[in-house]
Design a protein around this ligand. Structure first.
Ligand SMILES: [Fe+2]
Ligand SMILES: [Zn+2]
Length: 203
């Protein structure tokens, strides 16, 4: 892939929405508004299964099951590479509305450069804290967890995180889930287990 041609994606001047295809691997690239952070998601079942296999290998589903209202299994909704080369603002947000019964996992794909931003979050008393990303360690958080990428100066060192969203297999929660994750990616597996846009389960 010609890296030069993608440099504009990191400029942060426009909202990004493009597809990348490399043989069987299909990805979708999006940004939230003009924040210079790219969310590169699985865009077919082939890439979805690659991301899901990371999750299966972690063997944490039994623990997740103690936190989530589910029927038979924890569903992996979507996988992402979250790629940045600088962050000029604090984009505070929560990944899920209350009661969504879903979680986000984030772990660095490569060792972070010392210049890279970590994860800012608010504790129960709304104090701002910092979680430092470590290789071979993931953070998992659900509803109520307010967070932002710690701003950091523009750099040539790509900051690449691996992120997955997962949670309940009960379709009744899709109404809450879709409020925050419904448009995060083009391709997504719904709680019912079907690809978004291909079934009537959500009513
Ligand atoms: Fe987030
Ligand atoms: Zn369905």
């Amino acid at each position: 892939m010609n890296r030069e041609g993608y440099a504009y994606l990191f400029e942060g001047f426009e909202q990004i929405n493009i597809q990348i295809t490399d043989e069987d691997l299909k990805y979708h690239v999006t940004s939230y508004d003009t924040a210079p952070l790219l969310w590169i998601s699985n865009n077919n079942s082939y890439t979805y299964k690659l991301f899901k296999s990371f999750m299966d290998d972690l063997d944490i589903m039994d623990e997740i099951k103690t936190l989530v209202d589910y029927d038979e299994q924890i569903r992996v909704y979507c996988g992402f590479f979250v790629v940045g080369k600088g962050m000029d603002r604090e984009t505070w947000h929560k990944d899920y509305h209350d009661g969504a019964n879903a979680y986000t996992l984030i772990t660095p794909l490569f060792e972070l450069d010392p210049s890279h931003g970590n994860l800012m979050y608010k504790d129960e008393a709304s104090n701002i804290k910092l979680y430092e990303y470590k290789i071979n360690e993931a953070i998992i958080f659900g509803d109520g967890f307010e967070h932002a990428t710690q701003p950091y100066a523009k750099t040539d060192e790509l900051r690449v995180m691996l992120s997955l969203t997962f949670g309940t297999d009960k379709i009744e929660y899709w109404d809450i889930l879709k409020e925050t994750i419904g448009d995060q990616s083009n391709y997504m597996i719904l709680p019912c287990g079907h690809e978004k846009g291909t079934c009537e389960c959500a009513g």
